[in-house]
Design a protein around this ligand. Structure first.
Ligand SMILES: Nc1ncnc2c1ncn2[C@@H]1O[C@H](COP(=O)(O)OP(=O)(O)OP(=O)(O)O)[C@@H](O)[C@H]1O
Ligand SMILES: [Mg+2]
Length: 382
């Protein structure tokens, strides 16, 4: 903790106060306690970049571990997801092996060759993921515990591999009711990929929790509690300015908290209004490079043009105005609106209206304009 600073403006770093997510945590906790018939026993967390999906997966793994469950935490990419899961499952089978018999892993081979196991009757054969999870599920259910599998970044995985894992889980947990719970995390674009299509796949049947912006009350708690918990102080006005500047966006909460603390000469005496202003400036300077740039980089030029057309408005934009500026029909603009909503860069703001998810996006795009090269490719701002 630099200089006692409690905030954690880093992707995947657990915040000092995981604010505003109690409902989701309680639903999943209830599922772990109830069993495979609970709708949240297989769940998806969906949200834009920097909303806190990875830290929620960690909190959920902790819930499972505190109940004596085993956990396997993987990201959907790079490749060979089923093999990586098999290795982990085999290691857990090995670790939970007992002299009563069951499977014993005798060799972990190159990933593509799988895992060799030995049964108590000396039957040696390669183990596949379905058999490994089934064996592990059976063993854990004897001990009235379970296995939680978490998969982060589902939208980035190989679609066939993720579907293969889904269909294995469909058998092991949904059909055969073994205690193997699943929580995945993905960007909203997953709805156009893995979750699209007619076949009702395992993933389409997961319960979905939107991991979005925090309410003002949760944002206030996320900033004030870590400060007060250390016996430090923040001015009342500074706190409400900080809350407004974050627009409830979790990554920004950590950035504003971190840089306001850092700006204070002595946070134990008080983080002043001026310190918060400095902190907000610093946070806005960084959020572009850390969050807006990675999102922008993945957008098509047409999507970018849509966002550039929105910058003519100060607050919310009307879809009809944006369509007019782009010289396209409203229904054509609506298709891009839908895609941009899913990328998390814009948010619906009432009928036919949209706004930037993060308020500083407009300013950021305007500064980008200067750096567009002849192909319309922007360079990351420094
Ligand atoms: N509920 C919360 N309250 C306060 N801060 C939070 C909360 N959730 C996440 N954060 C903070 O937000 C930042 C982003 O969290 P995280 O890395 O989990 O986001 P993510 O959704 O996984 O992003 P990405 O899609 O880019 O992987 C971290 O600094 C984290 O500490
Ligand atoms: Mg993440």
């Amino acid at each position: 903790m630099a200089n006692g600073n409690p905030f954690s403006p880093t992707f995947g770093a657990s915040p000092p106060e995981l604010a505003g997510r109690d409902d989701v945590l309680e639903a999943i906790e209830d599922a772990l306690d109830t069993g495979p018939t609970h709708p949240d026993y297989s769940a998806l967390l969906i949200g834009a970049r920097g909303t806190g999906k990875t830290v929620m997966l960690e909190a959920i793994e902790e819930l499972a571990r505190s109940r004596g469950w085993l956990t396997i935490a993987e990201t959907a990419f790079p490749a060979r997801l089923p093999d990586r899961l098999l290795r982990r499952a085999a290691e857990l089978l090995d670790a939970t092996g007992d002299s009563q018999g069951g499977w014993r892993v005798t060799g972990l081979q190159a990933a593509s060759l799988g895992v060799t196991v030995e049964h108590q009757d000396a039957d040696r054969r390669p183990l596949d993921l379905r058999a490994a999870l089934a064996a592990l599920g059976d063993r854990l259910s004897e001990h009235e515990t379970g296995l939680l599998i978490t998969l982060d970044e589902l939208q980035g995985g190989d679609i066939d591999e993720v579907r293969e894992v889904g269909s294995i889980l469909q058998h092991v947990t949904r059909r055969e009711q073994r205690p193997v719970a699943f929580v995945g995390a993905a960007l909203p674009s997953v709805e156009d990929g893995l979750l699209s299509g007619d076949a009702a796949t395992f993933l389409q049947r997961c319960s979905i929790h939107e991991i979005g912006r925090l309410t003002p009350a949760a944002t206030q708690a996320a900033i004030a509690k870590p400060i007060q918990g250390l016996g430090a102080e923040i001015s009342a006005e500074g706190l409400s300015t900080a809350v407004a500047a974050t627009a409830g966006y979790p990554f920004m909460v950590q950035l504003v908290g971190f840089h306001s603390w850092k700006a204070a000469e002595n946070p134990m005496t008080e983080i002043t209004d001026a310190n918060v202003s400095t902190g907000i400036d610093e946070a806005e300077r960084r959020i572009g490079r850390l969050v807006l740039w990675p999102t922008w980089k993945d957008l098509s030029q047409v999507d970018r043009n849509f966002l550039i057309a929105m910058t003519q408005d100060l607050g919310t934009s009307k879809l009809s105005d944006v369509a007019h500026r782009l010289g396209v029909t409203v229904s054509y603009a609506g298709v891009y609106r839908q895609r941009l909503l899913r990328s998390g860069v814009i948010t619906a703001a009432g009928k036919g209206q949209i706004s930037f998810t993060h308020p500083s996006t407009r300013e950021w795009i305007l500064t980008l304009d200067d750096t567009l090269d002849s192909q319309g490719e922007a360079q990351p701002p420094q």
